[in-house]
Design a binder for this molecule. Structure first.
Ligand code: G3P
Ligand code: CA
Length: 228
């Protein structure tokens, strides 16, 4: 059996504010193989790492991310001393120490993410293997596949492994990313026999982590990377 990859969900969400540099550093210190993060484009065009479409839940501000400038976003506090990071800042922090699972959460993120990946591949020694780009959004997956079929895609689903599999075929994805509640030993095996990796989320309870290990998934995302 090959190694099951340990992936820090939004860094180490259970321990530090999600999607912050501190959270990613904590997960790196726990020895993760990968970091999962969520991206949106702000009004000045930069890619920022934040889960929601608004800043309301995770910062001391309010408003929609895509309508705010980077300066406005950077001025916000995330649970005290933390700030919203750009994707570039996270890539620089990770520095090829692990792979990045970039989730295209916001709309119109595929093009700028692919451009930034190309920049890090051309200038900073990254390779396509250092990235997996995932999304629930058909449009972003389609755009990403059309721009560059070399980019490794992961199809996110919380509804149906079968549908993820269909999209995986359509977009030549490397992986499916189903919620762990959708998985059985049998559907994991079938997906793997069809050539897809299975990366599952967000698995926090020890008994669920054990079950996913028994199913021999390829990677597990957790808010508690140390439990993996
Ligand atoms: O990428 C896996 C997982 O992060 C998807 O759901 O809502 O946590 O972004 P969510
Ligand atoms: Ca996510």
């Amino acid at each position: 059996m090959s190694q099951i990859l340990k992936i820090g969900h939004r860094g180490a969400k259970a321990h530090l504010p999600e999607n912050t540099l501190a959270s990613f550093q904590y997960a790196l210190d726990m020895g993760v193989n990968g970091l999962e993060l969520d991206v949106h484009v702000c009004s000045t065009g930069e890619l920022v790492v934040i889960h929601d479409f608004t800043v309301d839940r995770t910062t001391n501000g309010s408003g929609e991310v895509h309508k705010m400038t980077l300066a406005e976003l950077k001025a916000l506090a995330v649970e005290g001393e933390h700030t919203i990071s750009t994707l570039e800042e996270v890539l620089d922090l990770a520095g090829k120490k692990c792979f990045l699972n970039i989730e295209l959460k916001g709309r119109h993120t595929a093009v700028p993410v692919s451009e930034l990946m190309e920049k890090y591949i051309a200038e900073k020694g990254f390779t396509y293997n250092d990235f997996i780009v995932s999304s629930f959004q058909r449009e972003e997956l389609m755009v990403m596949h059309d721009i560059n079929p070399n980019i490794h895609l992961g199809i996110l689903t919380q509804a149906s492994v079968t549908q993820a599999w269909r999209w995986a075929q359509e977009f030549s994805a490397k992986a499916i990313h189903p919620h762990f509640s959708l998985l059985t030993e049998s559907n994991v095996k079938k997906a793997q026999q069809a050539g897809y990796k299975v990366y599952t989320w967000t698995v926090n309870e020890p008994e669920d982590i054990e079950r996913m290990k028994l199913y021999e998934v390829d990677g597990i995302m957790s808010d508690y990377p140390e439990r993996l």
